[in-house]
Design a protein around this ligand. Sequence first.
Ligand code: HEC
Length: 412
Amino acid sequence: MPAFNYLPEAERRELVRHVKWLTASVKDGQRANKFEEAVKSGAQKPPIAVPPEPGVTVEALVRGKELYTKLQCANCHGETGVGDGPAAAEQKDSLGLPLPPRDFTIGAFRGGSTGRDLYLRVANGMASTPMLAFTDEVLPPTDRWAVVQYVQSLRRSDAQVNDLLRPTDTTLRAQRVRKLPVAPTDPAWEKLDSVRVPLNPLWPEPYPIPAVAVTAVHDGQKLSVLMQWRDDIANGAPVRVEDFQDAIALQWSLKGTTPFLGMGDTENPVNLWMWKAGWQQAIAGARPDVDTVNPALHVDTYFATSYRTAEATGNLQAVLRPPTAVEDANARGFGSFAPQPAAGQNVHGQGVWRGGFWSVVVTRDLRSRDKDDVQFAAGKSVPVAFAVWNGEQRDRNGRKVVSNWHHLVLDR
Ligand code: HEC
């Protein structure tokens, strides 16, 4: 579920109204809307009042810890908050499907991570889950704040690193510079502002990559976009069947619209730039092979390509396309991904992995003669979305973390 923060508030409220309208049942041949019925019968409770958040004190954290044990939060969420309490394994939702208690150490919550968000969660509980409401009778407001602050304190400090850059809105600015940095290691990047783009997993993952930091620049001729994300293990070219590689893709809307996030649609095509760690290795001449992965393996005759079956059959996903580590492709809807012909491959890219972070730069001329390519111009805004694949989590194809649409605006 990606964030839809590119929609104006009025449209978001409209959507909420529609979702509420959908929660209806049929009663005596009539559509009965649960929200409307509650309002009519006076059963709708007033919104919960959230008192101002008190400052975090040692006393509050000690009190929070006490309540965390006393109210049996630890029974489900675990003593250290990783979601491994004695009752964790047996938690189920209302459909009987396993529902693991939240891991507080990652700091990622369904309903937001601010004090107010968590205060409301603890007060209201989560309908159709074992997460019950802790009402004023069990947990008066001051104590509730103490529990919330204690829950927040369980977050690992390395998880916090991902949050250092706060998104302001969904605008990414491409700053105008004299000399365009194209290498991820260029110190010029450090003087530029980055924007944190939140990412959401399309499939449940134990440790999804929460965000990518994006820095964009142009020099009037070319555009360079630096993308940096935390990934503890670098996964390069897949060799064994159980291997998957790290990758990142940018999705540009060709018509300036914000169509279906999953590859646009027939009326609203998209241009895709995809960088893969394996292609990067191939360029560096460091692509691992069967004999590097299994150095002790004895083979009588060794035909490299017959072990790399996808490559041997010419599978476009596996065929190497040097000299750039980025593929320029198009799509007009889900399942229609098609790489551009060799002559149309005009995006350059470079990635390095250092100290637990990938830094990948993609570069292209602002203008392209190719009609399937996105066009950039100073002062112009172009919708863009991001996707990151983590080889360690066996991400591939639709299994990945994605952002929703953002707008890249090029400085004049
Ligand atoms: C009976 C087990 C159980 C107990 C006891 C319990 N929780 Fe939970 N809690 C859950 C489960 C399961 C979820 C995940 C629900 C989901 O993912 O839909 C959850 C989710 C949460 C969340 C995540 C909210 C979000 O937006 O993602 C918070 C915060 C939370 N619990 C706090 C607490 C606190 C504080 C206590 C004690 C006062 C507590 N829980 C007691 C089972 C429990």
